[in-house]
Design a protein around this ligand. Structure first.
Ligand code: ATP
Ligand code: MG
Length: 659
């Protein structure tokens, strides 16, 4: 499809940033000089990126900002995300290239199932699934479906099939409870729910269909349930409502073709609920044109994706990381990627390393929570395998403690491969801050996130909305609209305005606490609402946690602020010891001393508690608000996203024992 061109006839990036074409290490100053041009002309910059996509109809206006903060990107343009991720490659030389290397969890002297889908296979499957949704279930543009599936190929296939029809979808992580499923189905008004009989997790079956049956007692918009047979578990089927996928699929022609709907750029692609770390999850709606443009840029710049790569994002598709960097991002680029069904450390702690070795993974995208688990298990598991195929790594989800960064960089990165911590959130749609912000690398600093990407302008503000001087703590904000930004919060535009756009006028408030250093790198110091004020000093909870995990006895730590009559607030710490270390009063004193020496005397602890578990979200993030509620005797609030109820009891017990 032809694209609007700028006056020189040259793609904008080549004109303004010729350096982009070279892949090399640059100094932060060099980078920021290039970056500045792209944010000054941010609309033009983003148009140059969007032109690299295949639009059915070019846009008329880059950005409609007539109703802030409800921005619309590439207005007038028409495209289809499924076409971009599948058809384009199936109709090119990539047709027989492997798109997805899927590995099931079950293991018997090796993985029991490995399935490779080429782009042509994916095309066939997506078309058949779309045919089913359209012709059998009568779904059309404007409808919404729910997907509650484990990490099996049907999950991306149905996401792409829905996108093909312009049907919005909402994916619910397969570890969530009936209540969480029901809440999301009701909020999103889904008509059809796609699930499986069960899902494999650590060798056990999660009874997904049973959970769905329970959820549907209160989720009344769902008229039909489509069930994938995965575990062979016996389930009950409600006549007229439920059907097995293989039964209905047998009626769909093998070579079914469904014309991809011409979707408007600003039409919703999906609704996704945030992880619920800080409170009730928010139903973020993402558009199509802006979102796909942002993903294209980040795949190119941050991941430097090439046809020779094997890309592996270890997240679950139930989180935004999986939506963007398992489904739409890599597939839009025609990449080959690994998709793994189960727990990274099942049946042995080296499962994930064996995946890297067997499939020759070259780009790895993982999370601090995974890395902390690997650290607890020990380096011997990594050393059993050859990880030399890995050429680039990034992490996401939480700040990465410098300790964990060094450990992983040494062992998997062999002390040499680029390894960044990409900052972004469900709301941003894709990566905003990274050590590979412009297709090349700025020098790495353990524990930082790096500078903002080209075209993205971020800053750190004080309480009044003024930019903070460098090296000083404040609130992380995004100061220019970007493609991939949310359309709104589903059914709650007021909340969208209130949560993100009210604190500072016309600026996106991310809710994270950060500093910008002299090189223009950002350091995320934790959640803004978890910042402690000890004797007048503002300290991010994560800053003290990082100081704690530097102690050789500590594997993981969570810190919350509690009121103190003298200092305003002091820290209450909950720590998990490394295996083999025994808790004692002496160790407690030693830790306090250690942190004071390393962090400074302002690290005042009311208490240090030893626990064996910490309350986390199912995506693996520490839920400090739950710990804080226990430590201050207040109600714990919404815990539907909590991973393990027992962890709360443990924190309670530890807290009471010491009182
Ligand atoms: P909720 O908004 O429902 O409380 P959540 O914020 O955990 O949940 P996500 O959108 O999954 O939901 O996570 C985004 C948040 O994760 C960011 O706001 C930030 O706090 C944290 N985060 C993500 N990546 C990084 C990173 N590389 N470094 C530091 N923090 C990160
Ligand atoms: Mg959030």
């Amino acid at each position: 499809m032809s694209q609007p061109e700028n006056e020189s006839g040259l793609p904008f990036q080549e004109k303004v940033v010729p350096e982009l074409l070279k892949h090399r290490l640059v100094t932060p100053e060099e980078y920021l000089r290039i970056h500045k041009k792209t944010v000054e002309n941010y609309q033009e910059y983003w148009e140059s990126v969007a032109k690299e996509l295949d639009w059915f109809k070019p846009w008329e206006k880059a950005l409609d900002d007539s109703h802030p903060p409800f921005y619309k990107w590439f207005v007038g343009g028409e495209l289809n995300a499924s076409y971009l991720a599948v058809d384009r490659h199936a109709n090119s030389w990539r047709r027989n290239k492997v798109a997805i290397i899927w590995e099931g969890e079950p293991w018997e002297n090796g993985p029991k199932e490995v399935r490779k889908l080429t782009y042509l296979d994916l095309y066939r499957e997506v078309n058949r699934a779309a045919y089913l949704l359209k012709e059998v279930y009568g779904l059309k543009k404007g409808d919404t479906i729910g997907i509650y599936l484990p990490m099996i190929p049907e999950l991306p296939i149905f996401m792409l099939a829905a996108a093909r029809l312009g049907v919005a979808f909402t994916v619910v992580f397969s570890g969530f409870s009936a209540q969480a499923v029901a809440d999301r189905m009701n909020d999103a008004d889904t008509k059809l729910l796609i699930t499986a009989d069960g899902g494999w997790r650590r060798g056990k079956v999660i009874p997904l269909k049973e959970i769905v049956d329970k959820a549907l007692e209160t989720a009344t918009t769902v008229k039909n349930v489509l069930v994938v047979r995965r575990t062979g578990t016996e389930i009950s089927m409600k006549p007229g409502r439920d059907a097995y996928l293989h039964d209905v699929m047998s009626k769909v022609p093998i070579k079914a073709y469904v014309e991809p709907e011409r979707v408007k750029s600003e039409d919703p692609l999906y609704i996704l609920y945030t992880s619920g770390t800080t409170g009730k999850p928010k139903g973020i709606i993402h558009d199509t044109g802006g979102y796909m443009t942002l993903l294209h840029n980040t795949m190119k710049l941050v991941f430097d994706i090439r046809d020779t790569d094997v890309f592996w994002c270890t997240a679950d598709i139930g989180w935004v990381t999986g939506h963007s960097y398992i489904v739409f991002g890599p597939l839009q680029e025609g990449a080959t990627e690994v998709m793994y069904e189960g727990a990274l450390d099942f049946p042995e702690p080296d499962r994930w390393v064996s995946i890297i070795e067997r499939h020759q993974v070259s780009i790895l995208y993982t999370s601090p929570t995974a890395i902390r688990t690997f650290m607890k298990q020990g380096e011997q598991w990594i050393k059993k395998h050859d990880v030399s195929s890995v050429r680039l790594m990034h992490s996401v989800g939480e700040p990465i403690n410098p300790e964990a960064w060094r450990w992983f960089h040494k062992l998997v990165g062999r002390g040499q491969v680029p390894f960044g911590s990409t900052w972004w959130m469900t709301e941003t749609g894709g990566i905003m801050i990274s050590h590979m912000p412009g297709g090349y690398l700025v020098p790495m600093k353990p524990g930082t996130n790096g500078p903002p990407l080209l075209g993205i302008e971020t800053n750190v503000f004080d309480e009044e909305g003024k930019p903070m001087p460098e090296e000083q703590k404040g609130y992380l904000v995004i100061t220019k609209p970007w493609p991939g930004m949310p359309l709104t919060i589903n059914k709650d535009p007021e909340r969208y305005v209130k949560v993100y756009w009210n604190k500072f006028p016309n600026v996106f408030y991310a809710g994270d606490y950060a500093i910008k250093d002299r090189d223009g790198y950002f350091w995320i110091l934790g959640r803004a609402d978890e910042v402690m004020k000890i004797a007048g000093h503002r300290i991010g909870t994560y800053e003290l946690e990082s100081a704690l995990v530097q102690h050789p006895a500590i594997a993981e730590a969570a810190v919350v602020g509690v009121p103190d009559p003298v200092r305003g607030e002091v820290a209450e710490a909950f720590v998990i010891l490394r295996s083999g270390v025994e808790p004692s009063a002496k160790l407690r004193e030693e830790i306090v001393k250690f942190v004071r020496e390393n962090f400074g005397p302002i690290a005042v602890f009311r208490e240090i508690h030893f626990v064996s578990k910490l309350p986390k979200t199912r995506s693996g993030k520490i839920m400090r608000r739950v710990i804080k509620a226990v430590a201050t005797n207040s109600p714990v609030g919404d815990v539907t996203t909590l991973e393990d109820e027992a962890s709360v009891e443990e924190v309670k017990k530890a807290f009471q024992e010491l009182k």
